[in-house]
Design a binder for this molecule. Structure first.
Ligand code: 5AD
Ligand code: SF4
Length: 499
């Protein structure tokens, strides 16, 4: 294995010594301890102490599989960091692990069934002394019922309780069962001392947890609890720490980021609106790109568009889930806006000085959705001309009001509507992307596709750009290069690096 280096702030700088000037005497020390390589430190002084006290090769091992959204991916980064700080080592197979964890999602389908099947498959491994834990939304939704259906599970923990993981780990190591299910109202879930970010250039920061909207189809308010925002000074402190560690792109996360309400108070700290928080994060020295997801149309203000217009580091991309183009169905979904109000927000973005890429989520086959109402969704696609959509077949979720609605749509019909929707969107994307031909974009380099001899990058609008580089040029992963677009496809662009 090639020797790898780490700078004094524990940033993995790969196989080269760090070239940044940290003014520290021992930059670029060789790493023998693989564990340090994967820990991206949030709380630096504390973590150094703990790492220094840890055994060089931890015997306790864990395997973690993550299902679901970016919130879950980021939660897993916190879980991994916490486990490492508790003397565990992450392994990549179930076979090598002493503790097997699933961070679960329950937003659609029969997610809980998938988890129970997976647990049943691995039940036989209990005889080898392995322990099992269920984390995330299915853990919160099913609670202690999980112990009844899968008695070999030792830990069930919802996302708001991850700060209690150290104590829970001790309990399960002692052979007891541990649960963490009662914290859905806490705002203490934001300050995690340890976050193991897997990408050293681009990272997430949670700014708001939970949801109070209670859309008729959605399980999130039941699994992630009530809406609570994180203080802006805490968000900014984490952004500064990330910039110091070498991150250049930050993505602010939350179920509804633009419902953000800064809890900061006192005479010295002025509360920030979401748009002000965006601008403040974008102004952190070293940060080149700021993204945010997901926005709710109801709380989407013009000030967000104005911030994007005036702050170049804010990416020109907004994900604004519409769910359906029919005002009648929007009302049944309890989305709190009409088609016209949604289109008004789109018109603000279309009128912006910078071209803003717009993406959305759509549910087809909500109970009672008629063919004419589905056609309204199709006409909305034509009207908005999205740069991308995520289409879903409605799936009934436990506890949600939509469960009681009559007139379910057969699965085959939902599948047909989804296929029609996606076909229509494909041609829209083909058309929209072709307008980028010949344009030059700054892309963040993400890696190389060796088989194709192409580099992979992402534009500020979040479009994937596959590009070739001139003879002898080697772009740095995580760096930014200019690329001229030479070909366009429905889901990506292709180009050549410009020097
Ligand atoms: N059925 C289908 N899609 C759903 N979503 C949320 N709940 C459901 C459900 N019960 C979709 C919405 C949301 C996205 C994250 O998942 O489109 O915006
Ligand atoms: Fe679910 Fe609606 Fe809240 Fe989004 S706004 S998380 S769809 S309840």
């Amino acid at each position: 294995m090639p020797q790898r280096f780490l700078c004094d702030d524990y940033r993995d700088v790969g196989e080269q010594k760090c070239t940044r000037n940290h003014n520290l005497p021992d930059e670029g020390r060789a790493i023998k301890n693989e564990r340090r390589l994967i820990v991206q430190i949030v709380n630096l002084p504390l973590t150094r102490v703990i790492l220094a006290n840890m055994p060089a090769e931890p015997q306790k091992t864990f395997y973690l599989e993550t299902f679901g959204c970016q919130m879950n991916v980021h939660d897993s980064e916190k879980v991994i960091g916490t486990l490492i700080s508790q003397g565990y080592r992450q392994v990549s197979t179930v076979e090598d692990a002493g503790l097997i964890l699933y961070n679960t999602c329950s937003i659609r389908d029969k997610a809980e069934q998938k988890v129970f099947h997976r647990l049943a498959d691995y039940k036989k491994l209990q005889a080898q002394g392995k322990k099992f834990g269920v984390l995330g939304c299915v853990a919160q939704q099913e609670g202690e019922k999980i112990f009844e259906r899968a008695p070999h599970v030792s830990m069930v923990c919802g996302s708001a309780s991850y700060r209690n993981l150290p104590q829970m780990l001790i309990q399960i190591e002692e052979g007891k069962r541990a649960t963490g299910l009662d914290d859905r109202e806490t705002d203490e879930c934001f300050e995690t001392e340890f976050t193991s970010r897997s990408n050293p250039h681009r990272g997430y920061i949670t700014i708001i947890e939970g949801c109070d909207k209670f859309c008729a189809y959605c399980v999130v308010p039941f699994t992630r609890g009530k809406e609570r925002s994180r203080a802006s000074d805490s968000v900014l402190a984490e952004a500064h720490q990330m910039a110091d560690l070498g991150y250049t792109e930050i993505q602010l996360l939350g179920q509804n980021v633009n419902s953000y309400k800064d809890p900061a108070g006192g005479s010295s700290v002025k509360k920030k609106t979401f748009a002000e928080l965006l601008a403040a994060v974008a102004a952190v020295p070293g940060i080149k790109r700021v993204r945010f997801t997901t926005s709710h149309p109801r709380d989407f203000g013009r000030d967000i568009v104005q911030a994007i217009e005036s702050v170049p580091t804010l990416c020109d991309h907004v994900h604004l889930p519409v769910q359906t183009g029919s005002t009648r169905v929007l009302d049944a979904m309890q989305r709190l806006y009409t088609r016209e109000q949604y289109l008004e927000r789109i018109s603000w973005m279309k009128a912006a000085k910078r071209e803003i890429s717009i993406t959305t989520d759509i549910i087809v086959g909500f109970p009672g959705e008629t063919e004419a109402e589905f056609q309204e969704t199709l006409s909305l696609l034509d009207e908005v001309e999205y740069d991308g959509i995520f289409g879903f077949k409605y799936s009934p979720r436990p506890n949600t009001p939509a469960l009681k609605l009559e007139d379910p749509i057969p699965d085959a019909e939902k599948a047909r509507r989804l296929a029609v929707l996606q076909e229509k969107q494909r041609s829209i994307q083909m058309r929209r992307n072709s307008s980028n031909l010949g344009k030059v974009f700054e892309v963040m380099v993400e890696g190389k596709n060796e088989a194709r001899g192409q580099w992979i990058g992402r534009t500020s609008q979040n479009k994937v750009m596959n590009f070739k580089v001139p003879e002898g040029a080697i772009p740095t992963v995580g760096g930014y290069v200019s690329v001229v677009t030479t070909a366009t496809f429905p889901n990506s662009l292709a180009g050549e690096m410009v020097i």
